[in-house]
Design a protein around this ligand. Structure first.
Ligand code: AMP
Ligand code: ZN
Ligand code: FE
Ligand code: FE
Length: 298
């Protein structure tokens, strides 16, 4: 190899939000941040939209960072939050785009309901303020939380969720969600690989409970589990690796980076100690008919 050929460290971040949903950085800024963090590959996995992935892929040439098309879809689940990540989806898939449009409409009407509830509680806030804060992408509760903090109504984002926005709080409004099988099929139907995001948010009480959910999701077409993310300590990570291995699911990882809307989480490294190896991208690609990546060394 030529002495000056840069060698990219083989680390990745497969869970990143952009301004197309509730991240604070544009796709181009995310690519720059990923490049600076020496990441070899990222996926922009915005809530209910592929606009961030489309834009990132248009700018892929601007750096050495490989962009995997991605999305994150919420599914209905009784005891917690179930998010399904979709990787290597065809971004022009008509059926996936149709599903996302339905979810975007549901999101918009739910946001209005939240604002009405806040106003009903006497909070001085308008939908326009939220739209402005969101910068034109899909609006989510983190944007509402951000405005509540800015206006001094709550102290921080955590307070905003705990006092007002989380399920069970006074300004919470339900949102139409796909069934888990529908979310999985929307992703598979677009040639993508469906992966269960941050499994700890399911609030499964025991390993056995989580295993039962995973078995059902696998029967519906799930291909992987996000074993590496900032909310997991070493014990949970080991449990997810064990369950994935036992059930023939692949593992993925990402930080759930939201920029300034979750400032303690940094791209690629989470709260500082996350390192996700590039070989997981190779495993993902094997689940589709994608060509393998160019090799790291000559
Ligand atoms: P939404 O898509 O509008 O339902 O908002 C969900 C997003 O809000 C999640 O993806 C998280 O990024 C964020 N979120 C949920 N709960 C909390 C919390 N307690 N504190 C901070 N952010 C949260
Ligand atoms: Zn988010
Ligand atoms: Fe999520
Ligand atoms: Fe996320």
């Amino acid at each position: 190899m030529h002495a000056n050929t840069p060698i990219k460290p083989a680390y990745i971040d497969l869970h990143v939000h952009s301004t197309a949903s509730d991240g604070s950085l544009s796709p181009v800024k995310i690519i720059q941040a990923a490049d600076k963090a020496n990441l070899r590959a990222i996926a922009i996995t915005d809530h209910d939209t592929i606009d961030g992935s489309v834009e990132a892929l248009q700018h892929q040439h601007s750096s050495g960072v490989e962009i995997l098309p991605g999305v994150e879809i919420s599914a209905s689940f009784e005891s917690g939050a179930m998010h399904i990540l979709g990787y290597l989806i065809r971004l022009d898939d008509v059926s996936l785009r149709g599903v996302l449009k339905v979810l975007q409409k549901a999101r918009a009407s739910r946001n209005l309901q939240i604002i009405e509830r806040l106003q009903g509680l006497g909070v001085d806030i308008s939908y326009d303020e939220i739209l402005k804060a969101s910068g034109g992408g899909q609006v989510g509760r983190p944007h509402i939380a951000h405005v509540l903090v800015q206006k001094g109504i709550v102290q921080n984002i955590d307070n905003a969720f705990n006092k007002l926005l989380r399920k069970g709080s006074p300004a919470y409004a339900e949102k139409y969600r796909l069934l888990p099988v529908e979310a999985i099929e929307a992703i598979s139907g677009a040639g993508g690989v469906p992966v269960l995001a941050h499994p700890f948010t399911l609030n499964a009480k025991t390993e056995g409970d989580l295993e039962r959910v995973l078995v059902e999701l696998k029967q519906a077409g799930l291909k992987g589990v996000e074993a590496y993310c900032p909310g997991h300590g070493p014990e949970l990570t080991a449990m997810y690796e064990r369950l994935a291995d036992h059930h023939g699911l692949l593992v993925t990882g990402g930080t759930d980076f939201h920029g300034a809307l979750k400032p303690e989480v940094h791209i690629g490294i989470g709260r500082g100690d996350l390192r996700i190896p590039y070989r997981l991208v190779e495993e993902l690609k094997k689940e589709t008919n994608q060509p393998p990546s160019p090799s790291l060394s000559p």
